[in-house]
Design a protein around this ligand. Structure first.
Ligand code: NAD
Length: 256
């Protein structure tokens, strides 16, 4: 008996085998869930499709979250095939590389709006589509955030402001959707070397800092994030919503 036996869900944000979304999908599939996957574009499809097929996925669809028609199409497919939805992982974000170094004050209007659209608004959009499919099924939604939402992290810049918006969205969405039994939570993950993280100037320093300062004296793995996603998507966390859960080797509790 797996924790997720009989449950069906969708994972947004797999780019390759290093993606946090993949680590989440793997834990959920290993736990017995049927998982649908999306990929951002055709270039990434080549990476995503074999991974998805390795855990028996039948639904593997394109979805750029900045395109309403692609989002609508994915949820139509889910509605037709799954006839309901038990969990959704939102593990995606984007900002132009030149906004992720130097001074935050230089963020352009276009760069700001793009980061907000893809990294923040997309959660609200996906939740609105997921809600009717989750009604009556105690659905669970999980997104990914970072400590740069709360404290200044050099070079994280507009993404820190986006994550602050994302964390506030988690609270508003959990309040809206709670009456239908749907839970919304975020995992605040410590730094992990992924495709997206490589776009942030000084990632190596962030990783080294975590080893030096965190209580566990190490960095975390994507698998550890995946295990927390499994907890949040399963009935083990049935009373938990609107929370930001840290998987960061304890880094956030240190003052000095
Ligand atoms: P990743 O590069 O593997 O994943 C980022 C994903 O975002 C990719 O799959 C990409 O295709 C997707 N994406 C970007 N723009 C998109 C769009 N318009 N439409 C659809 N998808 C789009 O990197 P990751 O580190 O696994 O990132 C996943 C999430 O985890 C992000 O929200 C990131 O901010 C968050 N996070 C990462 C770290 C870290 O250190 N890696 C730490 C904390 C939080």
């Amino acid at each position: 008996m797996g924790l997720m036996d009989g449950k069906k869900g969708i994972v947004f944000g797999v780019a390759n085998e290093r993606s946090i979304a993949w680590a989440c999908a793997k834990q959920l599939a290993d736990g017995g869930a049927e998982v649908a996957f999306t990929y951002q574009n055709e270039i990434l499809e080549k990476r995503v499709r074999p991974l998805a097929e390795s855990v028996g996925a039948k639904i593997i669809e394109p979805c750029d979250v900045s395109k309403n028609e692609q989002v609508e199409s994915v949820f139509k497919k889910i509605g037709d095939s799954f006839q309901g939805l038990d969990f959704m992982i939102h593990s995606l974000a984007f900002a132009n590389k030149d906004e992720l170094s130097g001074r935050y004050i230089n963020t352009s209007r276009e760069g700001f709006l793009l980061a907000m659209d893809v990294s923040v608004y997309s959660l609200t959009l996906l939740c609105r589509h997921a809600e009717p499919l989750m009604n009556g099924r105690n659905g669970s939604i999980v997104t990914l955030t970072y400590y740069g939402a709360e404290k200044v992290i050099p070079n994280y810049n507009v993404m820190g402001v986006a994550k602050a918006g994302l964390e506030a969205s988690v609270r508003y969405l959990s309040s809206d959707m709670g009456q239908n039994g749907i839970r919304v939570n975020a995992i605040s993950a410590g730094p992990i070397k992924t495709l997206a993280a490589s776009g942030i100037a000084g990632l190596r320093t962030m990783l080294e800092h975590c080893v030096e300062k965190s209580p566990l004296k190490r960095n975390i793995t994507a698998e550890e994030v995946g295990k927390t996603a499994l907890y949040l998507c399963s009935d083990l966390s049935s009373g938990v919503t609107g929370e930001i859960i840290y998987v960061d080797a304890g880094y956030n509790i240190i003052g000095m």
